[in-house]
Design a protein around this ligand. Structure first.
Ligand SMILES: C[S@@+](CC[C@H](N)C(=O)[O-])C[C@H]1O[C@@H](n2cnc3c(N)ncnc32)[C@H](O)[C@@H]1O
Length: 359
């Protein structure tokens, strides 16, 4: 297959049918199973909206060529589109790319999709201003190899923005987070036709770690962490890291040009050029999450009352009764905290916050 080229970088254009034949179907199948398991347990597929908006905001407005690596079904692509920007989506799974192609087709300019391995990107050295990876870096092992390849294709000063599910960090929420990964995710797997996808999900999150090692890996690969945030009570991490110029390299664009133009929003009295569509979507999504969280608080509160009134009559062993009581109380605490957090977020122009530092 000949690959038409673009003047700035070498981009294989979409020829999914031919690529599909060349790649084993079981890769698609494995990816689909993992993605479905995530959707089922309310993982990244379901909860990514707020994090994804934050990820898009970390992409410098001045970035002219952006790659969304491990793009999957292309959920992260729409927020990257800007007039005058070339957006690429790359994934190893042709099946996922077909979904991305279907989702991004339509009038207007569309992202270019390509099937390729993250370790051997079909891109020239220093051709990209920004790379985003949502829930993909965890799958790229050895990590040093993937980061080296990203360092190769990013311009000096270019930005790498990574969103990833992380393992528990020491703290008050850690036991609940550990319980979720070690017990609830595999339990959801046992109820599903494909437990291995769920096992992979929790194992790979634990293997990825709490983000501390990832930051060391970034530093070692020549990146400087510029911003970091946590979401979902610490279960998801977001990093923006700048590729340091190597010896003798000149940084692409002035530091001002590469800054997130939205950082101006932090200035007192600054106007807000945020996309109103995204803003409304974010607000609707946060309200939906809040409604669900409050509903769960009410349900768990009611369950607790019933448990205290007639828990002794339940045909359970004492340890099972204690476990049930613990689960109800833990769930109640978790969802009260979540409701408060969402309500606080809705108070102000939350989606316009500057990136917080400190995970
Ligand atoms: C959990 S999905 C994330 C998809 C998407 N970014 C999202 O947020 O919905 C991970 C994706 O990484 C892709 N992937 C895994 N290993 C890869 C590799 N070596 N090169 C390119 N893509 C890869 C998989 O095909 C899958 O689509």
């Amino acid at each position: 297959m000949s690959t038409p080229t673009n003047i700035a970088i070498r981009v294989p254009l979409l020829d999914l049918k031919a690529q599909y034949a060349a790649i084993r179907k079981d890769v698609d199948e494995a990816v689909r199973r993992v993605m479905e398991s995530q959707r089922f347990i309310g993982g990244p597929e379901v909860s990514a909206l707020e994090e994804e908006i934050a990820m898009w905001r970390m992409v410098p407005d001045a970035a002219r060529v952006c790659l969304d690596l491990c793009t999957g079904s292309g959920a992260s692509l729409p927020g990257l589109l800007r007039p005058g920007r070339l957006v690429l989506g790359i994934d190893a799974s042709p099946g996922m790319l077909e979904l991305a192609a279907a989702a991004t087709a339509g009038p207007g300019w569309a992202p270019r999709l390509a099937c390729a391995d993250a370790f051997r990107l079909p891109l020239r050295d220093r051709s990209l201003d920004c790379v985003t990876i949502a829930f993909g870096i965890r799958n790229l092992r050895p990590r040093a190899g993937a980061l080296a390849e990203l360092g190769r294709v990013l311009k000096p000063g270019g930005m790498l923005v990574v969103l990833e599910a992380v393992a528990p960090r020491p703290g008050p929420i850690a036991p609940l987070h550990r319980f979720y990964l070690a017990r609830l995710v595999p339990l959801a797997g046992r109820l599903s036709p494909d437990p291995s996808a769920y096992r992979y999900l929790s194992e790979s999150i634990v293997e990825f770690g709490d983000g501390v090692q990832f930051e060391r890996d970034l530093e070692a690969a020549g990146f400087e962490v510029a911003a970091r945030r946590r979401f979902l009570l610490g279960a998801t991490g977001l990093w923006a890291a700048r590729r340091r110029p190597a010896a003798g390299e000149i940084q692409a664009g002035s530091p001002t040009a590469m800054q997130d133009a939205r950082s101006a929003l932090t200035a007192p009295g600054a106007s807000a050029p945020a996309d109103p569509g995204l803003e409304a979507e974010w607000r609707a999504w946060t309200w939906a999450q809040l409604t669900l969280a409050v509903g769960l608080v009410v349900a768990l509160g009611w369950a607790l009352v019933v448990f205290f009134k007639s828990g002794a009559d339940l045909p359970l062993e004492p340890w099972q009764r204690r476990g049930l009581g613990f689960l109800i109380v833990a769930g109640l605490v978790l969802f009260v905290a979540r409701s408060l957090m969402l309500a606080t977020r809705l108070q102000g122009p939350a989606s316009r916050r500057p990136p917080r530092t400190g995970l």
